[in-house]
Design a protein. Structure first.
Length: 341
């Protein structure tokens, strides 16, 4: 399993980021300067954790990072944030896009100014970035599907989806539903589109549970925003039963935040996919530093347990490891959710 991102990327030869394969320097001159880090939102514990990791990783990677900017889940605000940071003189941008399509306009502005961009967590549909630092979100859905399929032989299961304008929501939904259809045909999937909104998730789940009291499993595409409203909704309908007790609804989440790990220990949920927020901060800053020095990258294995792939759009993506966490490994100190203060 990947350890927490404690070792400094800068300690390794940065001909590519932390030992990834590089195509060598581009024709662009190397440049130094400040890096702007733009977040999609800060209401989720996942993004709060990422926000806390950024200055620590910036110090470790010797990157001059400006204070983070929060786009408040608004793609138009994120475009304005990009313009503002470019006008402030940022020489590199690390952006977690709110919307995979809408981010293209901001990327075009950065390209016109010759400012490299690294995308984190969400891959743009179009536009130029030096690298996308992300995990395989289709695999997230597949891991959740396999866990539920192995513990719920048949019956109704719920998928609380993210925003389908985001490639993350689309990938997780595709991976989950495709896996169920191919491997677990006795399961009936009931989708709850919730747009990464906790109130929407609670309201729609409550209605669904009222009409379907025989639900046996739930997949939360984002534990940071869906965990507490899901548990509260189940409790309000007297449907929150500990693991191992009759009537327990099998729940698989996605993020790996400390709250999810605690819920696994309590038996409130059964598993989560640990999305590596520490490594997102570490390698987002590592790649932008390399890109600002004029370096480029190519597909292949890295020395940090991941694989760089080229997406159909042509964009490169470093797919970081994201392990499934259950009661068997929930106390592993290498999980970022256990290491996070």
């Amino acid at each position: 399993m990947r350890a927490t991102a404690a070792a400094a990327c800068g300690a390794l030869a940065l001909t590519a980021c932390a030992g990834t394969k590089s195509e060598g320097s581009s024709s662009a001159p190397g440049r130094s300067g400040t890096v702007a880090v733009i977040l999609p939102q800060l209401i989720s514990p996942f993004w709060q954790s990422y926000n806390d990791y950024v200055p620590k990783m910036a110090k470790a990677e010797h990157v001059d990072a400006l204070p983070t900017v929060n786009s408040n889940s608004d793609s138009l605000q994120q475009y304005t944030d990009i313009l503002n940071e470019l006008n402030r003189g940022a020489k590199g941008l690390v952006i977690a896009p709110v919307d995979s399509s809408a981010i293209e306009a901001g990327l075009d502005q950065a390209r016109r100014k010759g400012v490299p961009v690294v995308a984190v967590d969400v891959a743009p549909d179009k536009g130029r970035v030096a690298m996308t630092v992300r995990a395989d979100n289709v695999a997230y859905g597949e891991k959740a599907c396999d866990y539920l399929g192995q513990h719920v032989p048949s019956g109704k299961i719920v998928q609380i989806e993210g925003d389908l304008n985001s490639v993350n929501g689309r990938d997780r939904s595709e991976g989950f539903r495709s896996c169920v259809e191919k491997k677990y045909p006795k399961l009936e999937v009931l989708d709850v589109p919730a747009k990464w909104e906790s109130d929407t998730a609670a309201a729609k789940l409550g209605t669904l549970l009222g009409a379907n009291p025989d639900i046996k499993g739930i997949y939360l595409q984002a534990g940071g925003v869906y965990l507490l409203p899901t548990l509260q909704t189940l409790k309000s309908q007297n449907m929150l039963k500990p693991a191992g007790r009759p009537g327990h609804i099998v729940i698989v989440s996605n993020d790996g935040i400390p709250l999810e790990l605690g819920a696994i220990r309590k038996g409130e949920i059964d598993a989560t996919v640990s999305q590596p927020t520490d490594a997102y901060a570490k390698y987002g800053l590592c790649y932008i530093k390399a890109a600002m020095e004029g370096k480029t990258f190519r597909p292949g294995r890295t020395d940090h347990g991941s694989t760089i792939v080229r997406l159909p759009s042509g964009i490169l993506e470093d797919q970081l490891p994201a392990p499934l966490v259950t009661r068997r490994n929930v106390d592993d100190p290498h999980l970022w959710g256990n290491a996070f203060p």
